[in-house]
Write a protein that binds this ligand. Structure first.
Ligand SMILES: Cc1cc2nc3c(=O)[nH]c(=O)nc-3n(C[C@H](O)[C@H](O)[C@H](O)COP(=O)(O)O)c2cc1C
Length: 377
């Protein structure tokens, strides 16, 4: 007879910490740089990082998803591991941390996604979640014998996708579905998942993407338009207002970052200059921007340069650069601006997480932003 395991909390949703933390994109690395420290997604190292993050009480382990590289065949940007199989393996290696697959809704059919998410949910005993993305890279979609849909159609498909996914999770009887994008006969999802719904995150930046996130996501990620906390607060407030007024719900707001922690601020800044400016992968990032931002050519130079810098530094993240104290203070400022969840990336994830756990986490606890792990276990 199988043993009944009480479901675990999904910490990215349920943790009472004022600031929740996630490690982002170890499944292939986040920085666009030729610096030798860039993490290549080595599996044994990823498992060690996941176990360490779990022991530190970090709430989430979040993948990124890419099906085809920028910068030509064999470029490292295409090396991101597939995210449901990855999530199941990370879940089996950890105890507490929430594990997030990133899913291209325009590529992965919702019936397949529901069964894969259910599998991760069962392996993790209720710690599964998904970062829902529509995709924006035409060459990636072309691999699936399709042309990329116009932006509005991608999000219209995404609304149907979530509706089907939710029904597959909730309903125990086969059902038909007649939508514009999906026509299903007798759809059902077995075995039964652990959670009523996996945690949904989304990082739509356009007005339509923001609507989708406000309606469907537990956590919406903003792309910081500035490092000024007041401007970030305005972005956060706008999101919360939309979710509250239009959809009657509370939403968490997250932000992705790159972390460079050194004994002095000068040393941290010098390292950033080295891996971003001196050894940055300018060619791949130029291609990324060209594809991603349809109107990149019409954007002012300063904006493109800023975007390019942040992409090279760590997938467009917000800078957490300096001493442990500087970093803790920046996290406090983000919290004061209303941010609930911070995703962390490094060039060297393993060494970076070790230093962060040793010197930044205790400061966050002293600041009242997080409880020590023993208190939350
Ligand atoms: C933190 C974060 C993570 C993201 N992860 C991915 C990803 O793994 N794969 C992907 O194709 N897009 C990813 N995106 C892109 C978003 O899903 C979204 O398409 C983008 O922000 C543009 O917004 P829009 O879809 O509303 O135009 C990510 C964006 C952010 C800010």
């Amino acid at each position: 007879m199988s043993e009944i395991r009480p479901p675990k909390p999904n910490l990215l949703r349920d943790s009472a910490n004022r600031i929740k933390l996630g490690v982002f994109a170890t499944n292939g690395g986040a920085a666009f740089t030729h610096h030798p420290d860039r993490f290549d997604g080595d599996w044994e190292t990823q498992v060690r990082i996941a176990k360490h993050a779990d022991e530190l009480g970090i709430e989430g382990f979040i993948s990124a998803s890419r099906w085809k590289p920028f910068g030509g065949d064999q470029h490292y940007s295409g090396d991101l591991m597939e995210t449901y199989t990855w999530a199941a393996a990370i879940a089996a290696s950890t105890q507490r941390i929430a594990v997030m697959s990133t899913v291209h809704m325009t590529i992965i059919h919702p019936v397949i996604a529901a069964k894969m998410a259910t599998t991760v949910d069962i392996v993790s005993n209720g710690r599964a979640g998904m970062n829902l993305v529509c995709g924006w890279y035409p060459a990636e979609v072309a691999m699936f014998d399709e042309e990329i849909k116009p932006h509005a159609d991608r999000y219209a498909l995404a609304d149907e996708w979530v509706e089907i996914f939710d029904r597959l999770y909730a309903e125990t009887k086969s059902f038909d579905y007649n939508g514009e994008y999906y026509k299903l006969r007798g759809a059902i999802n077995q075995p039964r998942p652990v959670q009523n719904r996996p945690l949904f995150m989304n990082a739509g930046g356009s007005p339509r993407g923001t609507e989708f996130a406000a309606k469907n996501a537990d956590i919406a990620f903003i792309l910081a338009q500035s490092t000024d906390p007041l401007k970030i607060k305005a972005q956060v407030d706008q999101y919360r207002h939309l979710a509250r007024e239009k959809y009657g719900k509370e939403i968490q707001i997250g932000i992705s970052t790159y972390v460079v922690q050194r004994d002095t601020r000068q040393a941290a800044e010098a390292y950033v200059h080295d891996y971003v400016v001196t050894q940055g992968d300018d060619a791949a990032v130029a291609e990324f921007i060209e594809i991603n931002v349809a109107n990149a050519k019409t954007m002012p130079d300063g904006v493109i340069q800023q975007m390019s810098f942040a992409l090279k530094a760590g997938y467009g993240g917000f800078p957490l650069v300096g001493t442990a104290e500087d970093i803790a203070n920046s996290i406090k400022a983000l919290s004061d601006a209303g941010i609930d969840t911070i995703l962390l990336t490094w060039t060297d994830y393993e060494g970076g997480l070790r230093a962060f756990g040793k010197d930044v986490l205790p400061r966050l606890e002293q600041m009242g932003l997080r409880e020590p792990i023993a208190a939350t276990a």
